[in-house]
Design a protein. Structure first.
Length: 255
């Protein structure tokens, strides 16, 4: 069932989103060659709790960490580990914040040191694809309009769009209806209504969109070892257009 949120609920989700976005702002200077993904996870965990919030991913379907940290060919759900990032890596940090019951979700991809032009271009196109999708998140459209816009844009640039992991509704649980891919046909799927809160989170690759699973049962990676980037925002649909509740480039609650 798709739940429609009140203005009060959306305002609470904005507070949660501001905490999350503020932590992402701080990761920009933290993520450097030599840092381990365990250290990134610890930093995020401490910052969430320091803001009086809860790392919502811990315990979700048995997941153990505050973050998913995916490096290079990992698409998503990478486990934090002792791996030390090196110059040339790209790393996606995905986490959820529960602030007094209001949940937000956002992923961002970071360049580690000096990266290749090919991977810089991948990050640029993936971020642009996110905002192309958000432009379609307007009341009266359908979820297929979002996926179609993202797919059309990314594939026109020569990239693959992951099919196996999808966008979803959010709040009061991490994952709720509607569930929809970042590919598809315009005019198809659930109708977008005022009060819906959703994530949009394209995962874009330099090669094939096909994936394989690691033995841990969580981590997905590209089948051809091509690199993958992901950008994600939590969005509220209003009569005046989409509100990005996890936007980083504005005055935020820094923690």
């Amino acid at each position: 069932m798709i739940t429609l949120k009140s203005n009060r609920e959306i305002n609470e989700m904005k507070k949660s989103g501001a905490i999350l976005a503020g932590i992402h702002q701080q990761l920009r200077s933290l993520i450097l060659p030599g840092i381990s993904t365990n250290e990134i996870n610890k930093f995020v965990h401490q910052k969430i709790e320091g803001a009086g919030a809860i790392p919502a991913q811990i315990g979700f379907e048995g997941y153990k960490y505050a973050t998913c940290i995916s490096v290079n060919d990992e698409i998503c759900h990478g486990f934090p580990s002792n791996y030390q990032l090196k110059s040339g890596d790209i790393v996606s940090v995905d986490f959820c914040v529960d602030y007094h019951g209001a949940i937000s979700d956002s992923c961002w991809t970071y360049a580690v040191g000096e990266i290749s032009q090919a991977h810089a271009d991948l990050m640029k196109v993936t971020k642009e694809a996110l905002y192309v999708g958000i432009e379609q998140a307007i009341v009266g459209n359908r979820v297929g309009d979002i996926g179609h816009a993202i797919q059309t844009y990314a594939e026109s640039k020569g990239y693959g769009v992951v099919r196996d992991f999808i966008a979803h509704g959010i709040g009061p649980s991490i994952h709720e209806e509607p569930f929809f891919p970042h590919v598809g046909l315009a005019g198809k799927g659930a109708r977008l209504k005022e009060g819906m809160t959703i994530t949009i989170e394209p995962m874009i690759t330099t090669g094939s969109w096909r994936m394989k699973m690691d033995s841990n049962g969580w981590t997905a990676r590209t089948i051809d070892k091509s690199y993958c980037a992901q950008y994600e925002h939590s969005i509220a649909l209003t009569s005046s257009g989409p509100i990005i509740m996890t936007e980083q480039d504005k005055e935020l609650l820094l923690v």
